[in-house]
Design a protein around this ligand. Structure first.
Ligand code: NAD
Ligand code: MG
Length: 389
């Protein structure tokens, strides 16, 4: 990039997480291209302080208000402004001090700050897939109205996005999302019923936050990604396909109307899609490990087992029926995963909680934003009651 390119000012919402910390690595490697202007964390005050001292952002937000004083005092000798609480997340999302939000908060909590950023014309690099699952129609409509680009960070969607560069006039027949299958690929319910949290947290190919790691083990992650893809690429449900590809080398594919298929490949490393989203439309050089085809002996593919991993079938239903059903599914899933991580329910119970919630909460075909918020709350309460949380 030439020296006249202005530095892109990045706000990382969820800077202490897996995506957030990797985004800071990308920024640290490219100080002439990017600066970190806003950093936010829910409760990891020590890491947030460390990041603020290293990157000297304009603003930090610590979600947990009890930790405000500690963060404020630790940064007293700096220019960093410190805020706290959920409302502050939305307020700083509207501020002028940044150009692009890297939306890396996990779950529904990422929705409101991202909406605020879009309303204020900020470009979005989107890791937080739940935002599109909950209210994809509203998010995409607002993005168009505000001329805000939404660039995917999720590796599959980044792959599709990369395959579509230069193809704006060409019709997509379908997209093929690849799924590693997670640690329990090939397993049956009699095995899964006894799976413990520690085991489910061991993903074969990726190191990620706890929630998405469990979602990957149940295949809910792929279900969320199907819905995410529908909104990002304006597809019909039947144009979104999933195939299990255990090596995670092909990150996803696009099949065009002439039958030609484009795939994006590489070693599994989230820094690549993060860097691509930050720098788009440019690619930037890096020294990440390269893939060597002479050493990769097999790329294999198989059909997902939706009879065993029923979350994927539920997500397919939510994708087809749309309305508030994906929002309800997402809320119940967040409660179920939370309960599983606390050893309150077993691995298969998670699906039952989600299915019952999807049956119980009234369906709304064209929800308003308020109705999405309400459906989320109702589904959370219903799921928590079922589990007796
Ligand atoms: P993580 O758990 O490692 O980090 C989550 C971040 O969000 C942390 O900084 C945390 O402080 C913050 N946070 C959590 N709850 C919050 C709340 N209630 N309010 C405000 N902040 C809160 O998660 P992650 O693995 O980095 O994933 C982040 C998002 O990116 C998820 O939506 C996930 O699906 C998506 N994603 C992650 C990966 C990956 O490799 N980790 C890949 C693709 C997509
Ligand atoms: Mg993904």
């Amino acid at each position: 990039m030439n020296s006249s390119t202005p530095i892109k000012r990045i706000a990382i919402f969820g800077s202490t997480g897996s995506i957030g910390t990797q985004t800071l690595e990308v920024i640290a490697s490219n100080p002439d291209l990017f600066s970190a202007e806003i950093l936010t964390a829910n409760n990891n005050d020590d890491l947030l302080i460390e990041q603020a001292i290293k990157f000297n952002p304009n603003i930090v937000v610590i979600g947990d208000e009890k930790k405000y004083i500690k963060v404020k005092e630790a940064l007293a000798g700096t220019d960093v402004k410190v805020f706290s609480g959920d409302k502050a997340l939305e307020e700083v999302a509207a501020m002028d001090c940044y150009d692009m939000m890297l939306a890396a908060i996990v779950g529904y909590a990422g929705l409101r700050p991202t909406l605020k950023a879009i309303d204020n014309g900020k470009a979005i690099a989107l890791a937080n897939k739940e935002t599109l699952v909950v209210a994809g129609d509203i998010i995409m409509k607002k993005a168009v109205e505000n001329r805000v680009p939404i660039i995917p960070v999720d590796s599959e969607h980044s792959a599709i996005f990369q395959c579509l560069v230069g193809e704006t006039r060409n019709r997509i027949e379908k997209i093929i999302l690849t799924a590693s299958g997670g640690p329990f690929i090939g397993r049956k319910p009699n095995y899964l019923v006894n799976v413990k949290r520690e085991h489910a947290l061991q993903h074969p190919n990726w190191t990620m936050g706890a929630k998405i790691t469990i979602d990957s083990a149940t295949l809910m992650n792929k279900g969320l990604e199907m819905i995410e893809a529908k909104w990002l690429f304006n597809l019909k449900p039947e144009q979104v396909d999933v195939v299990i590809h255990p090596q995670s080398i092909i990150h996803s594919m696009v099949q065009f109307e002439d039958g030609s298929i484009k795939a994006q490949m590489g070693l599994p490393d989230m820094k690549l899609p993060i860097q691509y989203a930050l720098a788009f439309p440019k690619r930037i050089a890096n020294d990440f490990p390269r893939m060597d085809f002479k050493k990769v002996s097999t790329l294999s593919f198989e059909e997902p087992d939706v009879k065993t991993f029923r979350n994927l079938a539920l997500a397919q239903l939510a994708l087809n029926k749309a309305g508030n059903l994906p929002c309800i599914m997402n809320a119940a899933n967040e409660i179920a995963v939370f309960a599983f991580l606390r050893n309150r329910i077993n691995f298969l119970d998670m699906t039952d909680v989600i299915e019952k919630s999807m049956d119980a909460i009234p369906f709304i075909e064209n929800p308003t934003l308020e109705e999405y918020f309400e459906s989320d709350g109702e589904a959370r309460n219903f799921a928590a009651d079922l589990i007796k949380l």
